[in-house]
Design a protein around this ligand. Structure first.
Ligand code: NDP
Ligand code: 8X3
Length: 252
């Protein structure tokens, strides 16, 4: 039987790669994001029987609701929800950060994610489905300038565990993936469109790719139904830990 996956944030990066991966395996894909033209390009590329474009802003609960209600019959029975849409804004320490950026990250990475999850829980429970939440190593390991972004991802990881507890006995599986450095549009967005900064960050690092994470999510979705991966931390080989920073008082 054909299965259906809803991928939030399918206009770029991980989500776009997931749409291709799942559709390539014969799944029906509901692809979401704000950039409708990119979603339409996916429909044209992969076929309208495979991909449904659902364009809305994760921060707009009414638009999200309307879009879900407008799903055609063939795309209504969702087996897998991939909560992937998200962003980081800024790399500066808290005192210099823009409050507006903090609010945008919280509204997208937390509020948007819990809203769509809540709306789709009845369907996912009826289907004994799978929820994959894209968290980050930033939710586990703090770094300067990670402040609210890292905190939103810590929420995603802990919310995933909480869902597991609450959905005990329902047959619904929940996984939190915590990727490390991956070359997508992530840094372009984070730096306000600084392509040079993005290129510099990734140059020579052999970062993860969207396809790497798409492969991981597809693997999760095709595991036997009695297997639940709770948390999965995935990093490029060239990334690891560098120790703590220590401030030394110049007057001492
Ligand atoms: P991209 O910037 O390439 O993709 C982000 C996606 O999220 C886009 O499709 C974008 O769509 C969507 N999105 C962002 N804001 C909104 C919004 N308000 N409403 C609807 N959709 C939105 O980044 P990645 O693919 O790298 O990021 C995907 C996820 O992975 C994010 O949650 C990110 O935090 C996480 N992550 C990324 C890592 C990395 O190093 N790249 C590492 C660890 C985690 P659109 O702009 O069209 O709305
Ligand atoms: C993205 C990974 O380390 O750039 O979530 O914050 S990191």
């Amino acid at each position: 039987m054909t299965q259906t996956v809803l991928v939030t944030g399918a206009t770029a990066g991980f989500g776009e790669a997931m749409a291709r991966r799942f559709a390539g395996e014969g799944w029906r894909v509901i692809a979401t994001g704000r950039r409708a033209e990119r979603l339409q390009a996916l429909v044209s590329e992969l076929g309208q029987d495979k991909v449904w474009a659902a364009s809305f802003d994760m921060r707009d609960a009414a638009a999200m609701q309307a879009s879900l209600e407008a799903l055609p019959e063939a795309f209504r029975e969702i087996d897998v929800l991939v909560n992937n849409a998200g962003l980081a804004l800024g790399t500066v320490p808290a005192p210099q950060a823009r409050l507006e950026d903090w609010r945008t990250m919280i509204e997208t990475n937390i509020l948007g994610l819990v809203t769509i999850t809540h709306k789709l829980l009845p369907t996912l429970m009826a289907r004994k489905g799978l929820i994959v939440n894209i968290s980050s190593i930033a939710g586990q390991y703090p770094y300067p300038g990670g402040n609210v972004y890292g905190a939103t991802k810590a929420f995603v990881t802990q919310f995933s565990r909480g869902l597991r507890s609450d959905l005990h006995g329902s047959g619904v599986r929940v996984t939190s993936i915590e990727p490390g450095m991956a070359e997508t549009e992530f840094t372009l967005v984070r730096t306000g469109g600084n392509q040079a900064a993005s290129d510099t960050l990734y140059r020579g690092a052999h970062p993860l790719t969207g396809e790497d994470i798409a492969e991981t999510v597809y693997w999760l979705a095709t595991l036997p139904p009695h297997v639940n991966v709770n948390r999965l931390e995935v990093m490029p080989v060239n990334q690891s830990w560098g120790g703590f920073q220590v401030y030394r008082d110049p007057a001492a």
